[in-house]
Design a protein around this ligand. Structure first.
Ligand code: PLP
Length: 380
């Protein structure tokens, strides 16, 4: 399939579409409560901002090495080693955001007609990335299993075969907030080894959990050689606009992906990468404070929804919740925006019709008001 045909198969991002609709209303003076965004509402830690300023003053404003500045690649490898992953700096490519790392990985691994398995509901860009690479999607629906992976392992086993090239796993999950259990990840490992499947482990929400253990797939026996671990700074350090992420993988994959990387983006901004070293090393308190705040909001939102008869489960990570809404979730989200002035994202954008994704990256007062408005508009 030609690239021009592949791009025809891709839809614009549904999350961005809702956000821009919300911005239009706001520009007209409407007070919109935006629960559609995947962006922590906390400032980047001050010492990280200072580190970027210092790096600029010190003249780190030129092209960085394509795979990333050595100090950051070493700091990332050290972090991964602390997590039990045997990556060295040579296994790491620094990218302008995890999205770019995912794009490069999918382009490197997937050929025209290759089968890629997604666990639905799945983050919106996976589907687009696979389609751009010419891959064919095979989707396993976790919705009937309360978005948990462990009870869906039989379905996953039925879906994969020796024809499966790639499986994408995202725990904690966007959009469900689910953190997959060790037994679930071991099940993934068994299937990946049996059918020789490459696995992307998207761990961008790994620091944002509420008591649940978040195991990194590449730590499991048999997984290091077939896993590409993707992570970034956007969520844990509230650095969405800085555009900093990375992939870590065995050297063979890194050397292939590095070619695509060097001819397309040439790494993330030099002084941003130097600030990334500070983020990895000296932000423990900031991350804990943010996670505590998210935890409190999750509990409050779950309780408020329950009061109004909505059972949205209690997800263990990220800052999202899927709420069951009308069958036509697109219409429900449009009504929520137009009538209650609350922005959410239709579940069908993630492969989960009948749900809306709510992000609790907004303060408690706004979350409480959003629920009140949805109830007043008879939407809950
Ligand atoms: N992976 C998932 C699951 C995400 O939710 C996002 C952003 O929303 C990304 C990757 C991309 O993150 P980044 O801002 O680092 O590009």
């Amino acid at each position: 399939m030609d690239f021009s045909d592949r791009i025809q198969r891709v839809e614009p991002s549904a999350t961005l579409a809702i956000s821009s609709l919300a911005s239009e209303l706001e520009a007209d003076g409407v007070d919109v409560i935006d629960l559609s965004v995947g962006e922590p509402d906390f400032p980047t830690p001050a010492n990280v901002v200072d580190a970027a300023e210092t790096a600029m003053e010190e003249g780190h404003t030129g092209y960085p090495p394509s795979k990333g500045v050595p100090e950051l690649r070493e700091a990332i490898a050290a972090k991964l080693q602390d997590d039990g992953l045997p990556y060295e700096a040579d296994n790491v490519i620094v990218t302008p955001g995890a999205k770019q790392a995912l794009y490069e990985t999918v382009q490197t691994v997937v050929d025209d007609g290759d089968e890629v398995v997604l666990l639905d509901p799945a983050w919106v860009s996976y589907e687009a990335m696979v389609k751009l690479a010419g891959g064919d999607l095979n989707r396993v629906d976790l919705a009937p299993h309360d978005f948990k992976l462990e009870p869906a392992l039989d379905d996953l086993s039925a879906a994969v075969s020796d024809d499966t090239e790639l499986l994408i796993v995202n725990s904690p999950s966007n959009p469900t907030g689910a953190v997959y259990s060790d037994a679930a990840l071991e099940g993934v490992r068994d299937l990946a080894v049996e059918h020789d499947i490459t696995v992307i482990s998207d761990e961008i929400y790994e620091r944002i959990t509420y008591g649940a253990e978040c195991t990194s797939l590449a730590t499991l026996d048999g997984m290091y050689e077939r896993t590409i671990t993707v992570n970034g700074f956007s969520k844990a350090y509230s650095m969405t606009g800085w555009r900093l992420g990375y992939l870590a993988a065995p050297e063979e994959l890194v050397s292939q992906a590095a070619k695509l990387h060097s001819h397309s983006v040439s790494s993330a901004t030099n002084f941003v990468q130097r600030a990334g070293v500070e983020a990895l090393r000296n932000t423990e308190d900031d991350v804990s404070e943010m996670v505590e705040a998210f935890h409190e909001r999750r509990d409050r939102l779950v309780a408020l929804l329950k009061q109004h008869g909505v059972d949205a489960g209690t997800p263990d990570g990220a800052f999202y919740l899927m709420i069951p809404v009308a069958e036509d979730d697109q219409q429900w989200c449009e009504d929520a925006l137009e009538q209650a002035h609350v922005a959410t994202v239709p579940g069908s954008a993630f492969g989960a019709p009948g749900y809306a994704r709510v992000s609790y990256a907004a303060n408690l007062e706004r979350i409480e008001e959003a629920v009140e408005r949805l109830v007043e508009s008879d939407l809950l």
